[in-house]
Design a protein around this ligand. Structure first.
Ligand SMILES: Nc1ncnc2c1ncn2[C@@H]1O[C@H](COP(=O)(O)OP(=O)(O)OP(=O)(O)O)[C@@H](O)[C@H]1O
Length: 297
């Protein structure tokens, strides 16, 4: 669904250039539900804006659903945003109208966009589990329910890709779990590809694959050891594997063989004040030693 290669985004202001993405590589398969994590300023929102066609990359390759976003003109972008992607933002609910009902809130943008002949507002609200709240005014709904109305709106154009930027950022743990469960259900039932940007490692742990961005590049990937359903079954059976992480962490190696060592690993003595590591092959493994370390064995 998504293929990014060497993606670069440079923001130019009057006297400053900020390189927000520095040759980012990432692939997302059709029908995947995955998360992007990274510290503040690492480039997550920039990447999401590129994927959503809200901003143009400066260089590199970006294919979404077979479309080459770097060659897009204004018209292509409008069509792409209308037909291919849906967005959910943290404060989406703020854009909803409190004195209208849930159904009217979904219908209004559909009317403005001319979404005729597609799923009705009631069907969309059913799909997000709000069938019983269709005629309630927005002001009568909880924060999580309002976020579900926003998700129903994002689904109105039947997008192939749903992009969510901190979708649970303003919700409590229980409600954010419900929103994530909804993403999982939609992903399973309608096969929509979902990319969630989050600061929240707990939320990220609930998806099968997490891509970590550092300084505008992918630095690591965490892949779930067992499926979420299997993990829940293990928890149910009280067969919790203490001390075992749910995901395996992989460092990303780019085409030129460059690798980012996971944060914290180089804080060890010996590595700390050096810009070199000694690299050796041993029994089919690549081992990094501090430059001064004596080879053991
Ligand atoms: N429109 C812009 N003009 C100039 N610089 C920008 C612009 N948007 C983002 N940046 C810069 O690009 C870098 C990446 O920003 P981005 O918002 O993508 O990070 P982020 O990982 O989403 O951060 P956060 O988690 O805080 O939202 C930052 O240094 C930011 O200051």
């Amino acid at each position: 669904m998504i293929q990014c290669e060497g993606l670069v985004k440079i923001y130019k202001t009057a006297d400053l250039e900020v390189v927000a993405l520095q040759g980012l590589d990432m692939k997302v398969e059709d029908g995947e539900l995955m998360a992007i994590i990274g510290n503040s300023g690492s480039g997550k929102s920039t990447l999401l804006n590129m994927l959503g066609g809200l901003d143009k990359p400066s260089a590199g390759k970006l294919l979404v659903d077979g479309k080459d976003l770097l060659t897009f003109g204004e018209k292509d972008l409008v069509k792409y945003k209308r037909d291919t992607v849906g967005f959910v933002w943290q404060n989406n609910a703020r854009n909803l109208i409190p004195y209208l009902t849930a159904r009217e809130n979904v219908e209004l943008p559909m009317l403005l966009r001319g979404n005729r002949g597609r799923a009705s507002a009631s069907e969309l609200l059913e799909a997000v589990g709000l069938g019983h709240r269709i005629t309630n005014r927005l002001s009568e709904l909880s924060g999580g329910e309002q976020q579900r109305v926003a998700i129903a709106i994002a689904l109105a154009n039947e997008p192939r890709l749903l992009l969510a930027d901190e979708p649970t950022g303003s919700l409590d743990t229980n409600t954010s779990n419900q929103v994530l469960d909804l993403f999982r259900t939609l992903n399973r039932t309608i096969g929509i590809t979902i990319v969630i940007v989050t600061h929240d490692p707990l939320l990220a742990r609930k998806v099968d694959r997490v891509v970590q961005i550092r300084d505008g590049k992918t630095s690591a990937e965490m892949i779930r050891r067992v499926s979420y359903a299997e993990e829940l079954a293990l928890l149910d059976a009280e067969n919790v594997r203490h001390g075992t992480e749910s995901h395996i962490e992989y460092a990303v190696v780019d085409k030129a063989g460059r690798l980012q060592i996971p944060a914290g690993y180089l804080d060890l003595g010996g590595f700390k004040d050096s810009n070199k590591v000694r690299v050796e092959m041993e029994d089919g493994r690549i081992i990094l030693y501090p430059p001064e370390a004596r080879k053991t064995g």
